[in-house]
Design a protein around this ligand. Structure first.
Ligand code: ADP
Ligand code: MG
Length: 408
């Protein structure tokens, strides 16, 4: 089946063609028609499989004013996402595919002034992509009219229904019509969250693709055992070996992101870091530079783990293992988007082995273990251009230093 065969607006088809989308991906094939039919959907499909267009296409089709007798007052579709970067990205997909339709799309998120967002809302918005925090601020100030809402979409649904957000979502339900279409999209979901999701919908159609292994099959991923203090040498080694490649390097904390960048700077590898503590304008710019390839190595926290779609990321490095197992799936999913192949490598220290076991239990597979021969391990450290590390190491041993990376 091709997009040409769908009974959707020729204007949507034309934009899909421009994007190079000829035929639907599996998840699009399974989700678009039920959504057009008015069903509630819970869709689970691996990272990079085109979940965004799977809801964007049928929603735009149904909200296209050509099909409607008259313009609806207030917001017709609300898409909730966990991060500001994702809000912008998804808005962009709506705007691109809906370019020639009479549908107004906008986004609201924190970290920027709210007045321009309020102005936009007052002019009238059909489709709103939002992060929960800012959305609730604006709801409580009376700026969001959702009395006529027809579509509620939760992208990264498992995360949106998890602890941090669930109360917000439940509150939201009080502000929107009971009769609506509810759509959940995610690459990962637990039993508990699935039950919760079902409690929020009428008779959801459940669409699950590749249920056994949540890691997309076009991603080769492996783990290497590297001690905490040595990780920076191995990162230097990999980055210098592939200077033309694009890397996303995940670390556990904001401070570690900054330290990794500083360590790479010392050995003349240029990187940028992105984390929740960076001012919002700068966050967008950093991601933009990475997208354009002006910076090839992005060091980041889990703020960039979910949803971010940069089609040509060659490698994901899990410099630290995530302590939440499903984040492993999302992190490695930043590579191998669409039809591309991707590679991911995790650095696992002695103290992180427990996380590795949890991740392997979660993904249901043993991740390929890459054993670095001892000689090679020490060669990589010795080859580092970090002039400071040798004397630091000596001092550390002298002091019987029992911390980990805190020195650097
Ligand atoms: P997911 O949300 O499942 O992780 P995305 O919606 O971000 O995936 O899409 C991943 C990539 O696949 C994007 O770069 C998108 O442009 C591309 N894509 C989506 N649908 C198609 C299609 N039908 N044909 C070709 N590429 C597609
Ligand atoms: Mg997505």
């Amino acid at each position: 089946m091709k997009f040409d065969d769908y009974r959707i607006s020729p204007k949507i088809k034309a934009e899909l063609k421009k994007l190079g989308f000829n035929k639907p991906t599996d998840i699009q094939f399974k989700a678009i028609q039920p959504i057009l039919n008015g069903e509630d959907v819970l869709a689970i499909a691996q990272t990079g499989t085109g979940k965004t267009a799977a809801f964007v296409i049928p929603i735009l089709e149904q909200l296209d004013s050509k099909l409607r007798k008259k313009k609806v007052e207030g917001i017709s579709c609300l898409v909730l996402v966990p991060t500001r970067e994702l809000a912008i990205q998804i808005l962009d997909v709506f705007k691109t595919i809906g370019k020639d339709l009479n549908v107004v799309c906008s986004s609201i998120h924190g970290g920027v002034e709210q007045d321009p967002q309020i102005k936009q809302l007052n002019k009238g918005v059909d489709i709103l992509v939002a992060t929960p925090g800012r959305m609730f601020d604006l709801v409580s100030q009376g700026h969001l009219d959702m009395k006529k809402l027809e579509f509620l979409v939760l992208d990264e649904a498992d995360h949106m229904l998890d602890l941090g957000f669930i109360k917000d979502i439940q509150d939201l339900l009080k502000h929107i019509p009971k009769k609506r279409q509810t759509l959940f999209f995610s690459a990962t979901i637990t039993k508990k969250i699935k039950t919760l999701a079902y409690s929020l919908v009428q008779n959801a159609i459940r669409i699950q693709i590749s249920p056994n292994n949540p890691v997309a099959k076009n991603i080769d991923h492996a783990v290497a055992f590297i001690e905490m203090d040595d990780k920076r040498f191995f990162l230097e080694n990999v980055l210098k070996e592939y200077p033309e490649s694009k890397f996303v390097v995940f670390v556990r904390t904001k401070i570690r992101a900054e330290r990794v960048m500083a360590a790479m700077k010392r050995v003349e590898v240029s990187t940028e870091f992105l984390h929740g503590g960076v001012e919002q304008k700068e966050r967008f710019e950093i991601l933009d530079r990475f997208r354009k390839g002006e910076n090839k190595v992005l060091v980041t926290t889990d703020v960039a783990a979910r949803g971010i779609d940069i089609p040509d990321v060659d490698y994901v490095i899990n410099y630290d293992l995530p302590d939440v197992p499903e984040n492993y799936v999302h992190r490695v999913g930043r590579t191998g988007r669409g039809n591309k192949r991707g590679q991911a490598l995790a650095f696992c220290s002695e103290e992180e082995k427990l996380f590795l076991t949890e991740i392997e239990e979660y993904t249901g597979e043993d991740i390929e273990h890459y054993d670095i021969p001892k000689g090679e391990y020490f060669d990589i450290i010795a080859d580092s251009e970090d002039a400071s590390h040798n004397w630091k190491k000596l001092i550390r041993e002298d002091n019987d230093f029992n911390g980990t990376e805190e020195e650097w």
